[in-house]
Design a protein around this ligand. Structure first.
Ligand code: G
Ligand code: G
Ligand code: MN
Ligand code: NA
Length: 255
């Protein structure tokens, strides 16, 4: 089978699931939300990573359907978590973002699940913002009018100019884990990363945007981020992405 036909089959036969990775408020240690991450296990291909299948799904034009499933499932599953305050972050592909009906689909997913709009965060990538700036700006504004929050994923690795940040309706920046990796060590690379994080904190504060660091793996990295004034962290230090039931158990035993 080709990956494309396998994807089509799996959309019909529901071979997809979502896992949830915790997001933590660095100053207090409080759990504030989770990022929903897509997993695919095909009966004969076995597990395939999103880095492998999402580009194929994009090219095959399957991302609107798959993305719609992710959105609706994440909204439904998070309403079943014990903690009614947790937010859920959903990754949105550039193709979805340039769909003129996207904000209506989000509105419908919220209505059908009963999820409060403030609890939904849509993660867009820098390239997703560049493709069709006028259209995307309009869609983001519509989403914001719904009360949904918008997060820019992989910040610092793509093409978004600092200038575009000022005009785009963005509520959160996710610092790419490439900038987190070296933090907390006594090396030149660590000092450079620290400087980038500190500059990002200043910029985020001035623009009234929350800053989330990805790929936090060690307490040294966490301490460096907290001292720099970064708001939120996500990474293996707290937990890997968990099945919904495991996430709920994790949540209830979290300090
Ligand atoms: O968790 P992980 O290794 O699986 O994610 C790999 C990449 O796949 C990340 O860049 C992530 O943003 C992307 N990804 C994971 N789930 C989704 C999804 O539901 N939709 C989109 N568009 N991308 C996703
Ligand atoms: O959407 P995004 O590109 O941010 O996807 C999150 C990706 O980061 C997923 O592939 C997930 O498995 C991965 N990830 C999450 N936490 C960590 C971490 O602490 N270290 C590393 N190396 N990867 C992580
Ligand atoms: Mn993401
Ligand atoms: Na990312």
């Amino acid at each position: 089978v080709t990956m494309e036909s396998a994807l089509r089959q799996s959309l019909r036969d529901r071979h997809f699931r979502l896992v949830y990775q915790p997001q933590v408020h660095l100053a207090t240690g409080q759990l504030v939300g989770a990022e929903a991450l897509l997993r695919w296990t095909h009966p004969t291909l076995g597990p395939v990573t999103p880095d492998q299948f999402i580009p194929v799904a994009e090219l095959a034009g399957l991302m609107p359907r798959l993305g719609e499933w992710v959105l609706r499932t994440a909204c439904q599953e998070v309403t079943r978590f014990s903690n009614p305050h947790l937010s859920v972050s959903v990754n949105v592909s550039s193709r979805q973002l340039s769909d003129p009906t996207f904000s209506d689909r989000v509105r419908q997913a919220l209505a059908d699940s009963g999820l409060h709009p403030q609890r939904l965060v849509l993660e867009v990538t820098e390239s997703g913002l560049i493709d069709n700036p006028t259209r995307v700006h309009e869609v983001l504004q519509n989403l914001r009018d719904l009360g949904v929050r918008v997060s820019m994923d992989d910040f610092g690795t793509g093409y978004a100019s600092l200038f575009s940040l000022r005009s785009l309706p963005v509520d959160e920046l996710k610092i790419d884990r490439a900038f987190v990796r070296d933090l907390g060590q006594d090396t030149q690379a660590a000092r450079e990363s620290q400087a980038i994080v500190m500059a990002s904190v200043l910029m985020a504060r001035a623009l009234d945007i929350e800053l989330l660091a990805e790929g936090v793996e060690t307490t040294e990295q966490e301490r460096a981020l907290r001292e720099a004034g970064c708001d939120l962290g996500q990474g293996w230090l707290y937990a890997r992405a968990l099945d919904p039931d495991d996430f709920d158990t994790f949540e209830q035993t979290w300090p």
